[in-house]
Design a protein around this ligand. Structure first.
Ligand code: PMP
Ligand code: PLP
Length: 489
């Protein structure tokens, strides 16, 4: 297949220097030549695998609110089975064998179908490559694109597991300012417009963003901002790495109407309520969308998928073929059975499960928000914005009200030191929450000092509502009294 090379200048030297794994080339040739006797690869014969079937016991999605029933142990269940020697969505003969780096064709086809339903895209030219979850996928994308000396854009508070990774490849971060609705497009454009390549090197050509339930701030980009950011990316020639593990957990959406479901199916009807992804706006092939099963099935699945243009997909496959290889077969077998198996969940059933999970998390979000209100709502010491998606409350500590809050003559305060003190106080009281400064993207130019430095805005705590009510009750009670004590000290 001829690849469109229009975006090839975004590829890193590492990517350009990487040659395809020559053995995989021959393996692919063998796979695509019917009737050939393959004595080339050391692929153990399936008759020697000590597994003939794998049964996955799962909740039936024929019931209303399946997550609630499952959680209470009252669920009707069903079994999804993969076989080695009998028909199934994917045969264990291939699931347990070495396979294509991009993943088993059956799993990729099912995910492509899911993407077509959830993210109808203006470009047909998008390919699905399986990953070992978003951490694997995002860090692979950074390697695909990042050249030593590059500067990438990210939200000014971001997920350090990911933002740490390219630092080792000498990629720097440039923070884009946030407000309640997430990244501010005008600030993104200002950075690009004011960038002096003579002083600062190559203008940023990659934006890393977490568009729904942003980790840690919980914000979700409204449609209008997404359109503006995409348009800026086109104008300034950026690639958008859209890390979206919380896409399916978007709250407070209008009810799903039975007549729409009867007409278009459940998944498609639900998708119309959800924020449009950058992928769904992508006319130029510049979005690499990263999805994961971690938050909607289980993190230990270590399974996700990247949707990208075919040029980037082919280079990702080269990287996978010479490193991690495809995700493990048991997970792929499960996904194939779940999404495409006979009498299984299928795409619509999967969407029903995830929507029910979303409703459950919405209740937990509301529960934690109520506890916060009861503990600290009227105190003036802290406040929260209620997140529209994701798993986190981002609690602002009104540190400027602390009796020991000070500013020096240059306007720099002791906010960071006080936030650290509060973190230690809360921890000693028996609760762990993530202090805001853990997520702060320090602008190399500002060097972390001065009145505009991110330390001046890091007086936050990220706390999660994924736990059970008892944990949240105990945790918030301790947090509330620790904050009150801190402000009295
Ligand atoms: N190293 C060597 C020397 C091998 O022969 C193989 C398998 N052919 C591998 C690594 C890859 O092993 P695995 O399937 O465990 O990733
Ligand atoms: N990216 C973001 C923004 C996350 O919040 C997480 C998980 O917390 C990940 C990536 C990692 O996800 P995965 O388990 O799919 O690797």
């Amino acid at each position: 297949m001829a690849l469109d090379l229009t975006l090839s200048h975004h590829l890193s030297s590492e990517t350009k220097n990487r040659t395809p794994n020559p053995m995989k080339e021959i393996w692919r040739l063998a796979q695509s030549t019917p009737g050939i006797i393959n004595m080339a690869n050391g692929d153990p014969h399936h008759s020697l695998y000590p597994i003939s079937e794998i049964a996955f016991r799962v909740p039936s999605i024929s019931q209303d609110d399946p997550v609630n029933a499952w959680r209470k142990g009252e669920s009707i269940t069903q079994t999804l089975t993969s076989y080695k020697d009998e028909p199934s969505a994917v045969s264990l003969r291939s699931a347990l064998q070495y396979g294509s780096g991009a993943g088993l064709p059956e799993v990729r086809a099912a995910l492509e179908q899911l993407m077509t339903v959830m993210h109808p895209s203006p470009s047909e030219n998008h390919f699905v490559t399986l990953s070992l979850g978003n951490a694997d996928a995002v860090t692979k994308c950074f390697r695909l694109l990042g050249e030593p000396g590059d500067a990438f854009l990210a939200e000014e508070f971001s997920f350090p597991g990911m933002t740490n990774a390219p630092l080792a490849h000498k990629v720097r971060w440039v923070p884009v300012k946030l407000d309640k609705a997430g990244m501010i497009p005008e600030d993104m454009e200002r950075i690009l417009r004011e960038w002096d390549e003579n002083k600062r090197g190559r203008r940023p050509h990659v934006l890393y963003t977490i568009p729904c339930g942003q980790n840690p701030t919980g914000s979700t980009l409204p449609s209008e901002r997404r359109r503006k950011i995409y348009e800026i990316a086109c104008r300034w020639d950026l690639i958008i790495v859209e890390d979206d593990p919380y896409y399916f957990l978007q709250y407070d959406k209008p009810p799903i109407r039975t007549e729409d479901v009867e007409k278009d199916g459940f998944a498609k009807t639900w998708a119309r309520n959800l924020a449009p992804s950058f992928l769904s706006l992508d006319t130029e092939g510049r979005v690499m969308r990263i999805d994961s099963f971690s938050k909607i099935i289980a993190p230990g699945m270590r399974l996700g998928w990247i949707t990208s243009n075919p040029l980037f997909a082919s280079h990702l496959e080269n990287l996978i073929d010479s490193s991690t290889q495809h995700p493990h077969g048991l997970g792929q077998a499960f996904i194939a059975e779940m999404l495409a198996g006979k009498d299984s969940w299928q795409i619509d059933g999967f969407a029903r499960w995830v929507k029910s999970l979303c409703d459950e998390y919405q209740q937990r979000r509301d529960f934690l928000a109520r506890l916060f209100e009861a503990e600290l709502g009227n105190s003036g010491y802290a406040n929260v914005e209620i997140p529209e998606a994701g798993m986190f409350l981002w609690i602002r500590i009104n540190i400027e009200k602390h009796p020991r809050y000070r500013k020096d003559q240059a306007g720099k305060s002791n906010s960071r030191a006080l936030t650290e003190e509060l973190f230690n106080h809360v921890r000693e009281a028996g609760v762990m929450m993530m202090p805001g400064y853990v997520f702060a993207i320090v602008d190399a130019e500002e060097n972390g000092s001065g009145p505009n430095a991110i330390d001046e805005r890091s007086n936050y705590f990220r706390t999660t509502f994924v736990g059970i009510e008892e944990t949240m009750e105990k945790g918030m009670a301790i947090f509330g009294s620790a904050v009150r004590e801190f402000f009295a000290s």
